[in-house]
Design a binder for this molecule. Structure first.
Ligand code: NAP
Length: 286
C-alpha cells in the first residue's frame, strides 16, 4: 500500500474548512494566523505564501508581517509580544530560520503557548511529553494522521524513530509512546542501525540523509513513514530508498506526496485548535 499523503491532506483540509464554518457560526469571527517572516530567504517566502494560501482556502484569515533581514532581535520580540496580546490573532507562526543576529530559539520561546501553532515552544514540548493537551508540531502530527489512515495498530507495536530532532524525531517518539507503542529512538550514534530498525512494526525515518533506509532496515510487513525531503538532480527523494523497500513494507509513504503535504494541513488543524483553546480559556495567561 502506498500511503497517499496528498489525498489524506486534502481530507484534513476539507474537515478543517467545515469546522472553521462551525467556529465562525459559534463565535462570530474566523480563526486568524499571523505569519512572521524575517529576511529574504526565497524558500521561506515560498513556504509562507503556501501556508497563507492554505489558510485562505479553509476560511482561516492570515495576517502577514514581513521584516527586513537586518531586523534587530528587540524589534522582533516587540512584534511577537504585540501578536501575543492581540485577541484577533489565534496563531503565530515565526518562519525559521531567522537571520544570524536573531536567536530563533529565544524568539520561539516568546510565543504564547496558546498561539504556538508550530508546537515548538518548550512549554508545548513539555506538555506533549507529559501527555497534556496542547499544540503538537505539525509534521509529527501529520505522521500520526498518516499512520491512523494506514490502519497502523500502535498498541504494543515496536516503533522505531530514526532521528531525535526537536522538530520531528522527539515529538514523533512522544506521540507514538502516547499511542502505547514500544518506542526506540535512533540517532547518529546508534550502533547496528539496521538491526534496530528491522525490529520495527512501524518505522519513521527523519534523519536528513537521502535514501539511508534500505531493505536491510525494514522488516517484512512494516509500515514505513518517510519524513525526509531532499532535492536531487533526479527530483525529490526521501530518507528511505523507496524503490528498494516498497515491496517489503506493508505500507509506505512516497516522496513527494507522503508526509510533505501533511505539514501544512496540520498547521490549519493547529490554528483552529489554538482558536478553540483560547475560547475555552479566555484571559488565561501564558
Ligand atoms: P535534523 O535536525 O538534521 O535531525 C536529524 C536526526 O537524524 C538527528 O537526530 C541525527 O542524529 C540523526 N541522524 C543523522 N544522520 C544519521 C545517521 N546516519 N544514522 C542515524 N541517525 C542519523 O533533521 P530534521 O529537522 O529532524 O529533519 C529530518 C528530515 O526530515 C530532513 O530531510 C528534513 O528535510 C525533513 N523534514 C521534512 C518535513 C516535511 O514537512 N515533510 C518537515 C521537517 C523536516 P544526532 O541527533 O545524533 O545528530
Amino acid at each position: 500500500m502506498i500511503i497517499d499523503g496528498k489525498a489524506v491532506a486534502a481530507g484534513v483540509r476539507a474537515q478543517v474548512a467545515r469546522e472553521v464554518e462551525e467556529f465562525v457560526a459559534e463565535y462570530g469571527f474566523s480563526p486568524a494566523l499571523a505569519t512572521v517572516l524575517v529576511g529574504d530567504d526565497p524558500a521561506s517566502h515560498v513556504y509562507v505564501a503556501n501556508k497563507r494560501k492554505a489558510c485562505e482556502e479553509v476560511g482561516i484569515s492570515s495576517v502577514h508581517h514581513e521584516l527586513p533581514a537586518d531586523t534587530s532581535q528587540a524589534d522582533l520580540a516587540e512584534l511577537l509580544g504585540g501578536l501575543n496580546a492581540d485577541n484577533g490573532v489565534s496563531g503565530i507562526l515565526l518562519q525559521l530560520p531567522v537571520p544570524d543576529q536573531i536567536d530563533g530559539d529565544a524568539m520561539t520561546e516568546l510565543i504564547d503557548p496558546l498561539k504556538d501553532v508550530d508546537g515548538l515552544t518548550p512549554l508545548s514540548a513539555g506538555r506533549l511529553f507529559q501527555g497534556l493537551e496542547g499544540l503538537v508540531p505539525c509534521t509529527p502530527a501529520g505522521v500520526m494522521e498518516l499512520l491512523r489512515v494506514a490502519g497502523a495498530e500502535l498498541q504494543g507495536a515496536e516503533a522505531v524513530v530514526l532521528g531525535r530532532s526537536k522538530l520531528v524525531g522527539k515529538p514523533v517518539a512522544a506521540l507514538l509512546l502516547a499511542g502505547n507503542a514500544t518506542v526506540t529512538q535512533c540517532h547518529s550514534k546508534t550502533r547496528d542501525l539496521a538491526g534496530v530498525c528491522s525490529r520495527a512494526d512501524v518505522l519513521v525515518a527523519a534523519v536528513g540523509v537521502p535514501k539511508l533506509v534500505g531493505p536491510e532496515h525494514v522488516r517484512e510487513g512494516a509500515i514505513v513513514i518517510d519524513v525526509g525531503i531532499h532535492r536531487t538532480d533526479h527530483g525529490l527523494v526521501g530518507d528511505v530508498d523507496f524503490d528498494a523497500v516498497k515491496d517489503k513494507a506493508a505500507a509506505i509513504t512516497p516522496v513527494p506526496g507522503g508526509v510533505g503535504p501533511m505539514t501544512i494541513a496540520m498547521l490549519l488543524v493547529n490554528t483552529l485548535k489554538a482558536a478553540r483553546l483560547q475560547q475555552a480559556a479566555p484571559g488565561v495567561p501564558a
